[in-house]
Design a binder for this molecule. Structure first.
Ligand SMILES: [Zn+2]
Length: 115
């Protein structure tokens, strides 16, 4: 893991989880917080979020896994030979990734068609 990769992946994670929570959990009470992305005690950036409790837990969990990823060249988690996610968290994450990936894909397509 490198600081660049950690920062990049944390930002992607943040975008996906925030989008999923905005669209899917708009009637669930949310709280604001800030996740500090740090690599070997050095602060890289701060990610302010506004999430429901479930998504906050998932976000912090996923960030923790990412930060402690033992692979020097981190593979995509989906292709990892020794996945570190617990099954239930993995299932939640897969749902978020699928949903937000589709949302982002659609936005892109929409922009292509209707500028
Ligand atoms: Zn949520």
């Amino acid at each position: 893991m490198t600081p660049e990769k950690l920062q990049n992946d944390s930002q992607t994670l943040h975008r996906f989880i925030q989008l999923h929570c905005d669209k899917k959990h708009h009637d669930v009470p949310k709280k604001k917080g800030v996740l500090e992305v740090a690599f070997q005690e050095k602060s890289l950036c701060e990610l302010p979020y506004h999430l429901c409790e479930e998504c906050e837990t998932l976000f912090i969990y996923a960030y923790g896994r990412l930060k402690n990823c033992p692979h020097e060249h981190k593979p995509s988690c989906r292709k990892c030979p020794n996945p570190c996610y617990e099954k239930s968290m993995w299932n939640k994450m897969a749902k978020v990734m699928m949903f937000s990936g589709m949302q982002l894909g659609l936005t892109k397509i929409r922009k292509l068609f209707f500028k």
